[in-house]
Design a protein around this ligand. Structure first.
Ligand SMILES: NC(=O)c1ccc[n+]([C@@H]2O[C@H](COP(=O)([O-])OP(=O)(O)OC[C@H]3O[C@@H](n4cnc5c(N)ncnc54)[C@H](OP(=O)(O)O)[C@@H]3O)[C@@H](O)[C@H]2O)c1
Length: 157
């Protein structure tokens, strides 16, 4: 089962400010939905808190070090490794869905990265990590809505 990571960044690699994504790009959420539908999302507790609910049509695994936490409609795991094992048992494509802390830990493990880059510079405090050099772009699409943005699919060589 493919292990992928999915993220949207600004040109300056910002992915978040506080617990929010600091832009609203028409069409970008539909892209996220179409790529992840039917799959399993693994996300950090802070990202889950900011979304506030499980996303329909996908399983959600929330990673937290707090063993007491429970989230409606989601599985909860206390390490990334446990989450990955749980996700594999679901036998559906697996997407690391953020945020910054999860991306940093997972980018060395994933086979594919679905990376959308929005053509803006924004202030923020959460950044996308450097993409390892062994990833190559295998697909690319440009979009123009209220912002210009580019979707790239990168695969590890
Ligand atoms: N632009 C995008 O594509 C995108 C996507 C997703 C999120 N975001 C943004 O990213 C920001 C959130 O990112 P973040 O880095 O602050 O937080 P995060 O990665 O969403 O969550 C961090 C939390 O996850 C848990 N965690 C992390 N690693 C763990 C591990 N190995 N084992 C167990 N638990 C672990 C901890 O939860 P506990 O503290 O409960 O232990 C930690 O505090 C928000 O601004 C959000 O809007 C952007």
């Amino acid at each position: 089962m493919t292990l992928a990571l999915i993220a949207a960044q600004a040109n300056n690699h910002v992915i978040g400010r506080g617990n929010l994504i600091p832009w609203k790009v028409d069409g970008e959420q539909q892209l996220f939905k179409s790529i992840t539908m039917g799959g399993t999302l693994i996300m950090g507790r802070k990202t889950h808190n900011s979304i506030g609910r499980p996303l329909p049509g996908r399983r959600t695994i929330v990673v937290t070090r707090n063993d007491k936490l429970k989230f409606n409609g989601c599985s909860v795991c206390n390490s990334l490794e446990t989450a990955l094992n749980r996700a594999e048992a679901f036998d559906q494509p697996i997407f690391i869905a953020g945020g910054g802390e999860l991306y940093r830990q997972a980018i060395g493990k994933v086979e594919e990265i679905h990376l959308t880059t929005i053509d803006i510079e924004v202030e923020g405090d959460i950044y996308f990590p450097e993409v390892p050099k062994d990833f190559k772009i295998i697909d690319q699409q440009h979009y123009s809505t209220n912002f210009n943005y580019t979707y790239q699919l990168l695969r590890r060589n």
